[in-house]
Design a protein around this ligand. Structure first.
Ligand code: PA5
Length: 348
């Protein structure tokens, strides 16, 4: 079924797969769009990225990627009230694609009141109004995307803010990683697009493997944000429960769940980076794999690329394709997010 473009079109009525296939071009556009911003703040003592769902996840990817390059702590905050330690020396990046997400608006307004150094990233809405009213620098994103499909803009706009504020210790290294990642994304697009048959298309294979099961993504190291993102994509695009956990933590609790008779309902995608795995991680990953395989299906998903950013983004990209292919197999339109919208209406 996944090798029949007509069958895909029939379910994916708003063309989400096409949007995914244009991700590399969106990345170029995003860097250009964001480069307009002017930020006059001094160096912060900490960074808080605040947002929800598809708008927040770029923050996790930033943290995973740059944790070792940043001179200051970075955290992603999802909620209404910022931590008390957010102060005048804190850079708060408020991210909301729609610009109207309640929690993000409350947290960002709180940051303005506390005198934090604020930057906005949005396509409009109340967040844009707040930025304009308070003379806060912001990046205006193009409209017309669903928030999770605007990830190129959401993520790379943050990268540009970091670059403009010279927050990383080795800027040339950052530039090189971005260039490399863009090339790898093109390569992954070729491997995962509609026209590439399931026999050689890893995203279609994932979708076929998890169809009828509850997917779980097991990950480690700098791939936590990417795993969380894939989980959310399975939830939002394929409308299926999905979970994620990471090694080593899952070896201290979740692993015991595999003794249960319910285990057969799951299918595990085990993220691997075989050239970089240290001895203890190999032992943990292999042990976990043996435990799972006794009870459920499992496939390894090797990250693609040489640099950290390329690996993170390509993993996320493979997962995004897989989530839309799974939606197609299940016959559900990947675009609508009815329950999210209903709750947002109720909160108004
Ligand atoms: O992907 C989605 O549609 C959601 O997860 C949204 O990103 C989330 O509800 C927050 O909305 P926004 O991104 O507009 O702030």
């Amino acid at each position: 079924m996944l090798d029949d473009p007509k069958a895909i079109e029939k379910v994916d009525r708003q063309g989400m797969i096409e949007t995914l296939e244009s991700l590399p071009e969106q990345c170029e556009e995003a860097l250009k769009n964001a480069s307009q911003i002017r930020i006059g703040y001094p160096k912060p003592s900490r960074i808080i990225i605040t947002g929800m769902g598809g708008s927040a996840i770029g923050g996790d990817l930033m943290r995973d990627w740059l944790k070792k390059d940043l001179r200051v702590p970075i955290e992603v905050y999802r909620g209404y009230e910022l931590p008390v330690y957010a102060d005048k020396k804190t850079l708060v990046i408020g991210v909301s694609y729609s610009g109207n997400t309640e929690e993000t608006l409350r947290a960002f307004s709180g940051a303005i009141k506390k005198g934090c150094m604020c930057v906005g990233i949005t396509s409009g809405g109340k967040l844009e109004e707040l930025c304009k009213k308070n003379s806060i620098p912001y990046i205006k994103l193009p409209g017309g995307y669903l928030p999770r499909f605007a990830i190129a803009h959401l993520f790379l706009s943050m990268v540009v803010v970091f670059e403009k504020m010279r927050l990383c210790s080795d800027e040339q290294h950052i530039e090189r990683e971005i260039k490399d990642a863009m090339q790898v994304l093109e390569q992954v697009r070729g491997q995962c697009k509609r026209q590439t048959p399931a026999a050689s298309n890893i995203s279609k294979q994932i979708a076929e493997n998890v169809n009828g099961k509850i997917p779980i993504i097991y990950t480690f190291g700098p791939f936590k944000g990417a795993a969380k993102r894939i989980k959310s994509e399975f939830n939002e695009n394929a409308k299926t429960p999905c979970f994620w956990a990471y090694i080593p933590e899952l070896n201290h609790n979740e692993i015991l769940g595999w003794e249960s008779d319910l285990s057969g309902k799951f299918f595990v995608i085990l993220v691997r980076d075989k050239k970089k795995e240290t001895k203890e991680y190999v032992t943990r990953l292999e042990f976990t794999k043996r435990v799972v395989e006794k009870k459920a299906g499992l496939m390894e998903l090797e990250v693609v690329g040489r640099t950290k950013l390329a690996k993170i983004l390509s993993l996320m990209y493979i997962g995004a394709f897989a989530s839309v292919y799974l939606a197609v197999l299940k016959g559900v339109d990947p675009a609508p997010t009815r329950l999210i919208d209903e709750l947002k209406e109720e909160l108004k």
